[in-house]
Design a protein around this ligand. Sequence first.
Ligand code: COA
Length: 252
Amino acid sequence: MSEFYALRRNAITDLSAFFGFLIGFLGSSPIAWPYLQVGFQTQEIVKGFAWFIGITFGSGVALGVVGLGVGRLLGSAWEGGHKVLRRARGREFAVAGAPGRGGTGPAIEVIAKAAAGPVDIALPSVRIASGVDAESLGALLVRAALPAPDLQRLRGSLGRTINLGAWDDGRLVGVVRLLSDGYEWSVVTDLLVDPACRRRGIGTALMRQAADRATGKLAVAQIPPGTEGFFRRLEAIPAYAGFVRGAKGRLA
Ligand SMILES: CC(C)(COP(=O)(O)OP(=O)(O)OC[C@H]1O[C@@H](n2cnc3c(N)ncnc32)[C@H](O)[C@@H]1OP(=O)(O)O)[C@@H](O)C(=O)NCCC(=O)NCCS
């Protein structure tokens, strides 16, 4: 079970158990109340109170346990429904064998998804392949209105990361870069899709491939402003601990 589903299923179970307890506690109060009243009338307050507490809490706990079971069932039903809906939204990718341009390894995925919404360029198919060259990435960064990189340094840097490119007929339209310790951690250092090709599933496909290549836990080094919705849609859990900005300046 993924962390996303585990968290939500637990929340559904907890809520259901809580409401079960509440219903049991409040629902049994009218039955328990006379015991308390008789206790006061007969000066056996402790006895009356004990009955009252016993009945209300007993019912609360009993219905809480029932709520726990119901919550588990509801959680499973929700998870199943959610998965069916996600599949129905159609983010299916076919696997291809031919390499893409710039790819040093075999092509791993072809997106054959009809472009949604208004589009100004044709995008019949995009191929995702491992291996990205500095020139293509430099051009992509410029198209995305990001600072033009020093190509020589970028070339060296690309040699240190796992790089996956999304190629549209020889043009790099998306990239994801991954740093991995080969054991416990992998970190996405860069994720970028050509502005002209966004909202067609390329970013998701790149992240899926990155996740496939990642060893251990997968983290994303930076969430560029305005892209939070994309990561939410991926069901990635935001984590506020971990990366420390400014550490190099203070420690060096
Ligand atoms: C974030 C990014 C990679 C997403 O790529 P993409 O190919 O458009 O993503 P997808 O098409 O797979 O999006 C999947 C879903 O995520 C959500 N999503 C995507 N981009 C979003 C955004 N900017 N805001 C809110 N939700 C977003 C949508 O729900 C989308 O599904 P939909 O199109 O059916 O509504 C892309 O917008 C990008 O490159 N942004 C700039 C990143 C950047 O500045 N990087 C610099 C560091 S290198």
